[in-house]
Design a protein around this ligand. Structure first.
Ligand SMILES: Cc1ncc(COP(=O)(O)O)c(C=O)c1O
Length: 373
């Protein structure tokens, strides 16, 4: 039997927030950082008007690019679309990493950076975390010591929810020099208050790449649309690697309509920001330790420390959250901000679990231990 490349054999398998065998209807999925409010009604309307799939879509995705150019104020020469931003992470690794190269990233963070780099035979240098948090202050020296060709920073970071400080980004760029590329994955950028002013970095630094997606704030995770913003030379190089027609025709239509409906995006972002504050407060009031978040999820630890047990007990009640163990931080959970209804169900489940844990054993209620347990 033919063997895959050694780099492939060691690759971890990506685990989705909702396992395939669990039906979407059966659960409240707060494990995948999707957008519980869904896409703009205008996007759904655009889908209904789509009239067929006999021809290939426009390869550059011009109708969507035009809308995104206006939204983000970047020229088309600085933009490349992909089948979700995860696809573009892989394309960047394929374009720039050679066997033995260094790629730097954070800990804890999103797994696709290490996956893409390892696939190319590169070494992954993950900055050691500070407990359950990112050690942002140590990052510039880490980059200077490791001479990576690519640095992948997630900001706001998945799973910790915090934003890379602007001074750290500047110091990383200084440490990186001209022969490295800094990739800022901004999948959750829309939810930050204020939105980080990263787009202007493109005008000053030819070695900065911004990754964005329509999966989160625009509620279109099922469509698979992401975008890379970078210097034209980077767009040209990655464009040679990326396969043709990465975004389907209906995804271009829906994506354009969603991007043009700016009032709806703002409404959803505001709802997430309010929901996030409420969830942080409600968890803290129940004794959880909470990392302040700028994303559409909260990174928190139960008072009893046994996050995996809480994960199981929540899941038994139909509520899925993400276990920190998948990020190497087993005492934490990552919980997506849901609608007020989902939040109510989550908090009721947490209270029920806490109550059952405190309840005396039946034998104790009878005034003693009747038998073995
Ligand atoms: C940090 C981060 N980047 C990228 C992605 C992938 O997003 P997309 O749906 O655009 O592939 C995710 C998905 O959850 C993510 O958390």
């Amino acid at each position: 039997m033919i063997e895959p490349r050694p780099e492939v054999k060691g690759l971890p398998i990506y685990r989705p927030g909702r396992p395939g065998h669990v039906s979407a209807e059966a659960v409240q999925n707060l494990a995948a950082n999707e957008n519980a409010w869904g896409p703009s009604p205008l996007a759904v309307e655009a889908w209904r008007r789509w009239d067929g799939g006999a021809t290939y879509p426009d390869m550059a995705g011009q109708i969507l690019q035009e809308a995104l150019e206006a939204q983000w104020e970047v020229p088309s020469s600085a933009m490349l679309l992909g089948t979700g931003s995860g696809h573009l992470i892989k394309c960047l690794a394929e374009t720039y990493l050679r066997p033995g190269d260094q790629a730097a990233t954070l800990h804890p963070t999103f797994s696709l950076y290490a996956q893409g780099a390892s696939l190319m035979g590169a070494q992954v240098a993950a900055l050691p975390g500070a407990g359950h948090q990112v050690n942002w202050a140590a990052l510039p020296d880490w980059v200077a010591d490791h001479h990576p060709r690519l640095v992948f920073l997630c900001t706001p970071n998945n799973p910790t929810g915090d934003v890379a400080p602007a001074a750290v980004i500047q110091a990383v760029l200084a440490a990186l020099g001209d022969d490295g590329l800094l990739v800022l994955d901004e999948a959750y950028r829309d939810f930050s208050l204020p939105e980080p002013d990263t787009t202007r970095l493109l005008a000053v630094h030819a070695n900065v790449v911004l990754l964005r997606t329509l999966s989160k704030a625009y509620g279109l995770a099922g469509l698979r649309v992401g975008a890379m913003l970078a210097a034209p030379a980077v767009v040209d190089a990655v464009g040679r690697v990326r396969e043709p027609f990465p975004v389907s025709a209906p995804a271009l239509l829906m994506g354009r309509a969603a991007v043009l409906d700016e009032p709806y995006r703002r409404q959803v972002v505001a709802a997430v920001q309010v929901g996030r504050r409420r969830l942080e407060w409600a968890l803290a009031a129940r004794g959880w330790s909470v990392n302040p978040s700028q994303a559409n999820f909260v990174w928190a630890a139960p008072p009893s420390g046994d996050a995996e047990a809480w994960l199981g007990e929540l899941s038994a009640r139909g509520i899925l959250v993400r276990w920190g163990g998948s990020f190497g931080v087993p005492d934490h959970l990552r919980i997506t901000v849901g609608t007020p209804v989902q939040e109510g169900l989550l908090l009721a489940a947490l209270d029920d679990i806490a109550e059952r844990r405190q309840a005396p054993f039946p034998g104790d209620r009878e005034g003693g231990l009747a038998g073995g347990r």
